[in-house]
Design a protein around this ligand. Structure first.
Ligand code: ADP
Ligand code: MG
Length: 256
């Protein structure tokens, strides 16, 4: 595979007051232009992992590197919650879409997408609006640009959240169970957009419980549980057909 865009090395994560570490030192990488899917039971640390990579959680050991440059180094004992110290330029290189769309209710769809690039990155408003309209067209929502979030369905709101992340041109996109809060009939319209992003070469780290989708989109799969990696595979077809560890076999069976 191509060179890694993201390299997580020996990451240790502990929450203040918790009995055990969420991660006891896990390592993996995401090659440029590839999709890594992370699966694992509820509470195994999938969201924590994405939040650490996004710089939303301090880490207590190990390193996180982007394109070979270390952007986060663990500090033992530093468990104060809050963002990692990263420059705003570095922060825009990693985009994230969460399980529940946190759009600003009083702004239009267009306003939600253009706000950060215009106000934080100081990009010219006409350019940003033009790009936002292109993105909305790409996800099939060009006609909803002036709508408010409450006028949209859950699937439409989540597609707007994806546009809002994309307009910052993230090199790495993190997606945390982006369809988990949706009614079943809306899951596909969001997953199709994510599949198109993968086809366009967007490097992504995806957490999902949609196993058919995982199988279709993954270049690499990791299953995590109990503080570590249970199984990792560069051959998702083989992994989903015949996981080698008993733990992964048991986990995948719960989706049949
Ligand atoms: P997953 O996304 O796989 O369901 P999480 O990353 O949400 O798992 O949680 C992993 C573990 O860390 C769980 O035991 C959870 O209770 C704990 N945890 C998550 N967030 C916090 C927090 N902010 N403070 C303390 N413990 C947390
Ligand atoms: Mg989670």
């Amino acid at each position: 595979m191509s060179e890694p865009m993201l390299t997580v090395d020996n990451l240790l994560k502990h929450y203040a007051g918790a009995e055990r570490n969420v991660f006891d030192g896990i390592s993996f990488d995401v090659p440029k232009g590839k999709v890594l899917v992370i699966i694992g039971p509820s509470g195994s640390g999938k969201s924590t992992l994405l939040r650490c990579v996004a710089g939303l959680e301090p880490i207590q050991g190990g390193t996180i590197a982007l394109n070979g440059q270390v952007i986060d180094r663990g500090e033992p004992g530093n468990e104060k919650s809050g963002r990692a110290k990263r420059s705003s330029q570095l922060r825009t290189k990693i985009g994230m879409v969460f399980q529940s769309y946190d759009l600003f209710p009083n702004r239009t769809v267009l306003g939600n997408i253009t706000m950060a690039p215009v106000m934080v990155q100081k990009r010219p408003k006409p350019d940003v609006e033009r790009e936002a309209m292109e993105l909305l067209k790409r996800v099939g929502l060009a006609d909803r640009a002036q709508a408010k979030p409450h006028e949209l369905s859950g699937g439409q709101r989540q597609r707007v959240a994806i546009c809002r992340a994309l307009i910052e041109h993230p090199e790495l996109m993190l997606m945390d169970e982006v369809t988990a809060a949706l009614d079943p009939e809306m899951v596909h319209e969001v997953l199709d957009v994510v599949l198109e992003l993968a086809d366009a070469g967007q490097t992504m780290l995806i957490v999902t419980h949609e196993m058919q989708f995982a199988r279709a989109i993954a270049d690499k799969v990791i299953m995590i549980d109990s503080g570590g990696i249970v199984e990792t595979s560069d051959d998702p077809e083989a992994f989903f057909a015949h996981p080698t560890t008993q733990r992964a076999q048991e986990f995948l069976r719960t989706f049949e």
